[in-house]
Design a protein around this ligand. Structure first.
Ligand code: AMP
Length: 271
């Protein structure tokens, strides 16, 4: 596993390869990331993982400051997986070397779910994914369905601009079915237990949707109940179509999306 600390070493190392799988991460490596790496290893000759906590996608300074960082531990896990050929650890200037202000704006119809609650977040994500793809030039990019809206927006943008495929990967969960996330490192045991209860509850809500005439009203009530029972702040609980992310009134081709706060940590999931 070769560690690439700047663009010069990246360009030199990647030049011979034209079947490259790319797994972008912000570190805090867990089994969710490893599942993306496994898929890349299966489908591509070489796999490159990036670790870059992109300041431009944080709409909240405190969230950026407290984001889990542990490069040494991350590198150990990646090395022991024996599936990673390259790890790219760029500095800010490597990624944002052309100072051209990028003009990424979300369409009005995309300002939903997390985009509605985290102003500027996806503009930052699309900007960094655009830059990383230009630098790395991978044939395939592996991204998790846990961050479904991110996957949806990035796939739409990158496949229009570059000759690359963005491959969706299933959400990996812990033994209590809580979706793995680097942010879970910031949660204590009792918060994780609440997250497990919330997961169970949203599974039940999703099942019950099919008997409901007015889904939006039903979800409004369920959201209130969740809020009161667990004393949590909920940004959204919405059923949306997986192909266009429009509000859906059937379970068919749809997922239930939730974003909520536990101990000031924002968690998202969809099923
Ligand atoms: P992050 O480091 O949180 O920015 O995530 C990097 C990539 O890993 C993104 O494509 C995420 O969607 C994906 N990912 C994060 N958590 C999971 C999970 N539990 N299962 C599958 N993929 C995940």
């Amino acid at each position: 596993m070769k560690i690439l600390l700047n663009n010069k070493s990246l360009f030199e190392s990647l030049r011979p390869f034209n079947d490259l799988g790319f797994v972008p991460t912000m570190g805090g490596i867990h089994k969710g990331h490893l599942s993306l790496i496994n898929k890349s290893k299966k489908l591509c000759k070489k796999t490159i993982v990036s670790i870059f906590v992109n300041p431009k996608q944080f709409n909240n300074k405190k969230d950026l400051r407290s984001y889990p960082r542990n490069i040494k531990k991350d590198l150990k896990i990646l090395k022991e997986s024996k599936k990673v050929d390259f790890v790219y650890l760029p500095k800010f200037k490597d990624v944002y070397k052309d100072k051209k202000k990028s003009k990424i704006t979300l369409l009005k119809k995309d300002k939903i779910l997390c985009a509605k609650f985290r102003s500027g977040h996806f503009e930052g994500v699309l900007d960094v994914m655009n830059k990383l793809t230009k630098i790395i030039n991978p044939q395939k990019i592996f991204m998790g369905e846990k961050d479904f809206q991110q996957l949806y927006l990035v796939k739409k943008q990158l496949e229009r601009i570059y000759k690359t495929n963005v491959i969706p990967c299933k959400t990996i969960r812990d033994k209590n079915n809580v979706a793995l996330s680097s942010r879970n490192f910031l949660l204590n045991k009792s918060s994780l237990e609440i997250a497990a209860k919330i997961y169970k509850k949203i599974v039940r809500i999703k099942k019950n949707i099919k008997n409901k005439k007015n889904i939006s009203n039903f979800l409004k009530l369920q959201k209130k109940e969740l809020k009161n029972n667990y004393k949590i702040k909920i940004d959204y609980l919405e059923l949306r179509n997986i192909h266009n992310l429009k509000i859906s009134n059937t379970n068919k081709n749809s997922r239930l999306f939730i974003a909520y706060y536990l101990n000031n940590i924002r968690l998202i999931d969809n099923l």
